[in-house]
Design a binder for this molecule. Structure first.
Ligand code: AMP
Ligand code: GLY
Length: 437
């Protein structure tokens, strides 16, 4: 079968109604992918689901593959006749070969951008240049190579320093004092803690953060229900940054005026900018925003859904996510295939002992079977020899509840999460309370 033949075939089928027996493969293994796969499994088009690398919990919903690495994953998809690849996390999109680039060469539609567009997430400087070029509000910045240049660029406190490369989530420092800035600059630009790379010195913005997700299909977009995540490990937004300790999502999270400003000043110019720069994009795009006194500004782009925001947002959509993504990946954005639900969704993360500095595996989880009326997504678990789930990573479980009010969703999530425990489990007690006045 020739290049893009799958895509054309899929597109023809989509024009004549829902496709049954569609085979979809999701890449990733965490809570976000578990939430995506759950929503895909609930789709009326009833696709066959596969996941790589996946997890024991995910394999209750999706089938395993024989892939060992990215090239063998492409081989598996061709052999199995996978109709569509959905990128859950970003790491494969930004590799030298690029998951979406390899899929395109193999004629497999992919939901997730090619590596040249995924630079929006992979390179802080690339994103900053894009934002400035297209007049999109963001913090002022300078990109530097050496510690001397960095010192000269630090003109006020607080300041935000960002290493321009892969740093396992540790490449950003919000510095309150010159001493803090000095020690981060020394570690990154002199000791080269993260290897070679430039540094972005950025103005520190203030205001509540907001995560906005869009589906982007060439020049079209659709905005999902907005969310807020809680990045710090302890209550009151104290302690070190984590992958996210919880999230809250609702249409009413921010006012219609704020969402209109986000759409007009940020989303529309981003979509237009991608087209103007010749950066192809079909996939989720995550806008990490700060609602500053001067209006919403972009802190970062990610070329994927957020985690744990995805766990909170997905249950707020009915309809047919599988058919929706299958159509979008071949160029047809069809918002009517999704049915947004009103109300609030709250996601609480249970993390393992030592997180985020370290994590502990092998702590047996109890109480999972007692939980009712909420969704439980597995972020980092595995089954032990007795068949019980145990911790296997920093973030272990995401417990998610929906209700018509924020308070009711929060009460429900905390009541059900209280039934689930494992040695050393950490959870915040203020998810969905902080940042609401
Ligand atoms: P990033 O990896 O760019 O998303 O940054 C990680 C976190 O650092 C963000 O979620 C913010 O909480 C914080 N941050 C990043 N940039 C800024 C900024 N310019 N002003 C204030 N806080 C920031
Ligand atoms: N919730 C933050 C992230 O997904 O990057």
């Amino acid at each position: 079968m020739g290049k893009c033949a799958w895509g054309r075939c899929l597109f023809r089928q989509l024009q004549s109604g829902p496709i049954f027996d569609m085979k979809l493969l999701v890449t990733g293994k965490g809570g976000r992918e578990h939430a995506l796969l759950t929503a895909l499994a609930e789709s009326p088009s009833r696709p066959q689901l596969f996941c790589w690398p996946g997890s024991d919990a995910i394999f209750e919903t999706a089938q395993r593959t024989t892939a060992r690495d990215l090239p063998s994953l492409i081989g598996f998809m061709l052999e199995e006749g996978i109709d569509l690849c959905i990128a859950g996390e970003e790491s494969l999109l930004v590799t030298d070969q690029g998951l979406a680039n390899l899929c395109e060469a193999a004629g497999i539609p992919c939901w997730g951008p090619p590596r040249e567009s995924a630079q929006l997430e992979a390179s802080k400087e690339f994103a900053k240049q894009f934002l400035v070029r297209h007049g999109i509000p963001t913090a002022g910045y300078r990109a530097v190579d050496t510690i001397e240049e960095a010192r000269a660029a630090v003109t006020a406190m607080p300041v935000v320093l960002k290493f321009d490369g892969l740093a396992a989530g540790k490449g950003v420092a919000v510095c309150q004092t010159m001493a803090e800035a000095e020690s981060f600059l020394e570690a990154v630009l002199v000791q080269r803690q993260f290897g070679p790379g430039r540094m972005v010195v950025e103005e520190c913005l203030t205001g509540p953060e907001l995560s906005v997700f869009c589906s982007i299909v060439d020049g079209d977009y659709q905005i999902f229900t907005p969310a807020r995540d809680y990045k710090r490990v302890r209550d009151g937004d104290e302690g070190p940054n984590t992958g996210g300790m919880g999230a809250v999502a609702a249409p009413a999270l921010v006012s219609a005026e704020v969402m209109a400003a986000v759409e007009r000043t940020i989303i529309q110019p981003t979509v237009a900018g991608l087209l103007r720069d010749g950066l192809p994009y079909r996939g989720f795009l995550y806008f990490g925003l700060m609602l500053t006194p001067q209006g919403p500004k972009v802190i970062e782009y990610n070329c994927r859904f957020g985690d744990p925001e995805c766990e909170a947002v997905m249950p707020l959509f009915g309809g047919d996510l599988a058919e929706y993504i299958a159509a979008a990946a071949v160029g047809k954005l069809t918002p009517g295939l999704l049915e947004p639900r009103p109300g609030w969704s709250v996601c609480l993360i249970l993390a393992s002992a030592g997180y985020p500095e370290s994590s502990r595996s092998g702590d047996v989880i109890s109480g999972l079977e007692e939980v009712e009326g909420v969704r439980v997504y597995h972020c980092g678990t595995r089954r032990n020899a007795r068949g019980d789930y145990e911790s296997n990573g920093g973030r272990v479980l995401a417990i998610v509840a929906q209700a018509s009010t924020r308070e009711a969703a929060r009460d429900k999530v905390y009541a059900e999460a209280a039934k689930v425990s494992f040695p050393g489990s950490q959870r915040r007690s203020d998810i969905a309370t902080l940042h609401f006045t």
